[in-house]
Ligand binder design. Structure first.
Ligand code: GLN
Length: 378
């Protein structure tokens, strides 16, 4: 067979985005803001280009940007990563994830993944000959059963991928969850890939539990993060990852031959921007307002939900509306009612019967109001 990924189709984000476009639907499917990013940051890109930063960036990333990231870790998590040897700038978090998996996963290695899981993890594991071991989190509370996790750890377990706040379901790991994870992986060589791209979007006064806050976990973890979600510029494709030096050296062996380096002027601009701005500190409050508005508008609808605890996604259960499976319902909602969302069954191993759709609320208030009108009339 010529295909290395016979079980993989086109990502749901592309499918639903295209359908939304064809049918001129309000697009709450793929996660991206429909409002403007800060014009100051755009001006800084122009400045960086005019100042001649138009050739390759360093393979590891612009050093000033890495220093700014190190400062952020000090400020927010009171922990240090060395900018020279422990931080690398990547082409979005997606490249970091792909390169981490490629750098460590060998044929027959097992990787534990919590489902519903963002869709780029499993194909990367499969391409490297690894085996995805799924832990299922079920609607409505999506709790992790740590005894199940324990039962799935064995000597073939090479890596565990966690994602808090979790896309698509908007749950977060508590300190207790992280301590459990630390305890279960203590004295093992299991690498933790901690996808923390929504680290600055956590609600109701909770704090983000980064893997870097737990010293034993930190020593075995890659923390993966992203600027797109934070500065409203998902199209820039700039992310980064941090890890202790021995892990990072292995990572760079792959990164250098995958993309070599990342867009230079935008890295310069972000580095300059981070010198004066830390608006990520206000991001949780900003998105909590969006979440609260969206949910207040649909309290009388037939959807049931518990409020998202983090990310800019809200999942809604529609079992009181129809028996249709979520893929069909999401498509019908887009074509007939002009509102696009993401069915969450595609993020499970065996397309479970979930009756849950994901809606992105990183949108202007007026967009959320128009979407709510549609949801209220179903
Ligand atoms: N992270 C975005 C989301 O979950 C999607 C990015 C993409 O389209 N691959 O909606």
């Amino acid at each position: 067979h010529i295909s290395k990924l016979p079980h993989v189709g086109t990502t749901i984000f592309t499918v639903m985005g295209a359908l939304a476009k064809t049918h001129q639907a309000i697009n709450l499917s793929q996660g991206f803001p429909d409002f403007k990013m800060d014009a100051k940051l755009i001006d800084l890109v122009t400045k960086a280009m005019q100042n001649g930063h138009n050739q390759y960036a360093p393979m590891q990333g612009s050093i000033n940007l890495r220093k700014a990231i190190a400062k952020k870790f000090n400020l927010l998590y009171k922990t240090s990563y060395h900018p020279e040897s422990e931080i690398t700038i990547t082409t979005g978090a997606t490249e970091a994830i792909f390169s981490i998996i490629s750098a460590f996963v060998k044929p027959k290695d097992e990787v534990i993944v919590f489902r519903p899981a963002y869709d780029c993890y499993e194909p990367a594991i499969a391409l490297n000959g690894g085996k995805t071991i799924s832990i299922e989190q079920k609607s409505p509370n999506f709790k992790v059963d740590w005894d199940e996790v324990k039962s799935k750890i064995n000597r073939r377990t090479k890596m565990m991928i966690i994602n808090s706040p979790q896309n698509p379901i908007g749950t977060v790991f508590s300190e207790t969850d992280m301590l459990k994870l630390q305890e279960l992986t203590k004295n093992t060589n299991i690498i933790i890939l901690s996808d923390e791209v929504y680290e600055h979007i956590v609600f109701d006064g909770e704090t983000h539990q980064s893997a870097c806050l737990f010293p034993d976990l930190k020593s075995r973890s890659f923390v993966v993060a992203s600027f797109g979600k934070t500065f409203h510029n998902t199209g820039w494709r700039i992310g980064y990852c941090c890890a202790p030096k021995p892990l990072m050296s292995e990572f760079r062996k792959v990164h250098q031959f995958n993309v070599f380096c990342v867009n230079h002027p935008m890295q310069k601009a972000l580095a300059d921007y981070l010198e004066n701005e830390n608006h990520y500190l206000e991001l949780s409050a900003f998105y909590q307002q969006k979440r609260d508005l969206f949910l207040s508008l649909i309290t009388d609808s037939q959807f049931t939900f518990s409020p998202s605890k983090g990310t800019y996604f809200q999942v809604l259960d529609y079992s009181e509306i129809t028996d249709e499976n979520d893929v069909d319902f999401a498509k019908r909602l887009t074509v007939e009612n002009k509102l696009a969302s993401i069915p969450i069954s595609v993020f499970y191993e065996n397309n479970v019967d979930s009756k849950v759709l994901r809606f992105c609320f990183a949108k202007k208030d007026e967009t959320l109001k128009r979407a709510a009108d549609i949801l209220n009339n179903l």
